[in-house]
Design a protein around this ligand. Structure first.
Ligand code: FE2
Ligand code: FE2
Length: 348
């Protein structure tokens, strides 16, 4: 029908008369309001071309008031304002109740419920973690190992750990601070590899996901330990300064030598396993025995899928198993070439 109308319009000498006839012809074919709206732009386009639109002819057409209003807006060039945004599906405002995370507290997902894949340890795996050490081979390994030993020695002295302090306050503060540092290498390494992939326009060989998983896992260790601590202003300042220095230094180091950095983290994780093993001994027969019965935080129980009513000792066993996993992952990545494929699949 439109083709027939168009031909008639193009051949017409008295175009404004033909336009009036064309609109009259279209009305019977417009089965609905929407069909007429759809055909209006073509009519208006033609009216602009002829530049001799006969207003009398247009107004004589028997159009409904809503359509006439739209036609008037088309003529005025304000047709973009015809639609009312709130009436369109994709502009509709969400209600408070309908948005997860913005509603009342009970509608928010619990912390750790939306997490990257990570290992869930069996009872056997939790109790089969041992302190291990990989002998440094070559200058890179020795630099990494000495760097970790020096850093640990300084922190042990400052925190009072090396002077025999073993109370709960020392343990919680120590673990909170260490986990704020432990979450940095995975994120920085993932970022550097991601940017290198973009910059050099080449594949990453599947390392990034493992590094991000490690970073989030360490951050979850921090979230768990923070259930037992309200950080002071002094503590926060210490974390801020340390993060600034460590992020800068580790970023440069990773750009220069990923192998050195993964070996450094591998040795750091060896120390983490030593620390958590020492804490477990304190829980078994030392100053921390109340953690055998102190209930573990809900976030820990949901994150590691621990049994209901699990105690802090179960939580520490899970964290230690994570650290032992980071230990082997980072020593493995350090021994690979930059373009070797990462052998760890998501969640492994
Ligand atoms: Fe950790
Ligand atoms: Fe770790």
């Amino acid at each position: 029908m439109m083709a027939r109308v168009t031909v008639r319009l193009l051949l017409a000498k008295d175009s404004h008369t033909i336009l009036s006839q064309a609109v009259r012809q279209m009305i019977p074919y417009a089965a609905s309001h929407n069909a007429l709206i759809t055909s209006m732009p073509q009519v208006y386009a033609y009216s602009t071309q002829t530049r001799s639109l006969n207003n009398k002819a247009k107004e004589s057409v028997n159009l409904g008031p809503h359509i006439q209003e739209n036609l008037k807006k088309f003529r005025e060039g304000s047709h973009e304002n015809v639609s009312v945004p709130e009436e369109l599906q994709h502009f509709r405002k969400s209600t408070e109740e309908g948005v997860k995370g913005n509603g009342p507290e009970e509608e928010k997902p619990p912390m750790g419920a939306v997490a990257l894949p990570h290992p869930i340890w069996s009872e056997e795996e939790l109790h089969s973690v041992h302190v291990t050490h990989r002998n440094p081979e070559g200058i890179v390994d020795k630099i990494a190992y000495m760097g970790v030993k020096f850093t640990r020695g300084c922190y042990d002295f400052v925190s009072g750990y090396s002077r025999g302090r073993q109370d709960e306050k020392m343990w919680v503060s120590r673990l909170c601070f260490l986990e704020t540092v432990a979450g940095v290498p995975g994120m920085v390494a993932a970022m550097v590899r991601h940017l290198t992939s973009l910059r050099k326009m080449r594949r990453d060989h599947g390392w990034i996901h493992t590094l991000l998983e490690e970073a989030e896992n360490e951050r979850m260790h921090l979230m768990v330990m923070l259930q037992l601590k309200q950080p002071s202003l002094f503590f926060r300042l210490g974390v801020m300064v340390t993060q600034g220095v460590f992020v800068s230094g580790f970023s440069v180091a990773y750009m220069l030598s990923p192998r050195l950095c993964h070996r450094f983290v591998g040795y750091l994780e060896e120390e983490a396993v030593i620390t958590y093993t020492k804490l477990l001994k304190e829980i078994d027969s030392g100053a921390m025995q109340h953690w055998n019965t102190l209930p573990g935080p809900d976030v820990a129980i949901s994150y590691w899928k621990l049994r209901p009513g699990a105690a802090m000792k179960d939580v520490i066993l899970a964290i230690r198993a994570d650290e032992a996993h980071h230990r082997v992952v980072n020593h493995t990545l350090s021994s690979l070439k930059d373009d070797d494929y990462n052998p760890y699949k998501p969640g492994q």
